[in-house]
Design a protein around this ligand. Structure first.
Ligand SMILES: NC(=O)c1ccc[n+]([C@@H]2O[C@H](COP(=O)([O-])OP(=O)(O)OC[C@H]3O[C@@H](n4cnc5c(N)ncnc54)[C@H](O)[C@@H]3O)[C@@H](O)[C@H]2O)c1
Length: 285
């Protein structure tokens, strides 16, 4: 891997053994910029786009995939050098094409951000259409499994492999009327802790981020679903969500991206198998 000055790290700091190999972990040495190769699923909009912006701003080489062609074109235009490709995370065949393409385009893989996750419908379990349940499980959990299993052999070749999985406040509490979402976000935590145990031997770390209500279009749709099923106003639903947290505000998606940059950095070299909430101390989903 080459650092900011275009030199190999060995040329700059000597052989990669002992403490220096740990200093190189995840591409950060002191204040030097990153040179990580990063794959972000569902990275064309929302929180994924903030991940792409933050990692490229830190010097990383980034590949994003998404189902939204317009958003892919927009992010490719916005961030020079970023590679943006279509991939539906509900399709195993598309994932099996996308991961090798990403690794080839990036020249390897250091950081995998499993960000894709759909909200699903807002309905009680007895009324939840099984096909919609399957869709949420496919994108939120099975897609994450597929991307991870295909990425692992490449992460093992990295000097500092790192996996960041998007869970949610819904992965820490029950979530009435959002059963597949809550079940998959709890599942993400089980997958993350297992990845951490299986991959620690290769120096690969795996952590989950669990945000509360994030500012953006999606939370408006989630609140609309809640308002509809409860017969309450949007203002009431939003006030309810804010009342459930110690700090009465929505989460800034840029803060989630900075958390991910930290988790992928050398400063987080001893953090693995953890679930990091970023939720204003919310007490229920
Ligand atoms: N927004 C929140 O309040 C919130 C809170 C907690 C956790 N999260 C989690 O954070 C992650 C990102 O959420 P977000 O709010 O940015 O989502 P979002 O709904 O804004 O969507 C982000 C991107 O996902 C893409 N996408 C949707 N279905 C896809 C599929 N099948 N294959 C590939 N891409 C697909 C969309 O096109 C979009 O570009 C998700 O895992 C979500 O569950 C979000």
């Amino acid at each position: 891997m080459n650092g900011a000055a275009g030199q190999t790290v060995e040329a700059r700091v000597g052989p990669l053994s002992g403490p220096l190999s740990s200093a190189w972990r995840c591409g950060l040495i002191g204040s030097e910029i990153m040179s990580q190769r990063v794959l972000i699923t569902a990275g064309a909009a929302g929180i994924g786009r903030e991940f792409a912006r933050a990692f490229t701003a830190n010097g990383a080489k980034v590949f994003v995939c998404d189902v939204d062609d317009k958003a892919l074109a927009a992010i490719a235009k916005e961030i020079p050098g970023l590679i943006a490709r279509r991939c539906d995370m509900a399709s195993r065949a598309e994932i099996e094409r996308m991961v090798p393409e990403a690794v080839a385009a990036l020249g390897g893989l250091d950081v995998l951000i499993n960000n894709a996750g759909i909200a699903g419908l807002t309905l009680p379990i007895a009324d939840y259409p099984p096909d919609d349940w399957d869709k949420v499980v496919a994108v939120n959990l099975t897609g994450m499994f597929d991307v991870s299993r295909l990425a692992i052999p490449h992460l093992k070749k990295s000097k500092a492999g790192c996996i960041i999985n998007m869970s949610s406040i819904a992965g820490r509490y029950g979530f009435a009327n959002r059963s597949p979402y809550a079940a998959t976000k709890w599942g993400v935590i089980g997958l993350t802790k297992t990845l951490a145990m299986e991959l620690g031997e290769w120096g690969i770390r795996a952590n989950a981020i669990a945000p509360g209500a994030v500012d953006g279009d999606r939370i408006v749709r989630v609140f609309q679903g809640r308002a509809q099923i409860s017969g309450r106003s949007m203002d009431d639903v939003k006030a309810d969500a804010l009342a459930a947290a110690s700090i009465k505000s929505m989460i800034d998606p840029k803060d989630i991206a900075q958390l991910a940059v930290f988790l992928a950095s050398d400063a987080a070299k001893s953090i693995s198998g953890q679930v990091i909430p970023i939720d204003n101390d919310r007490q229920k989903a």
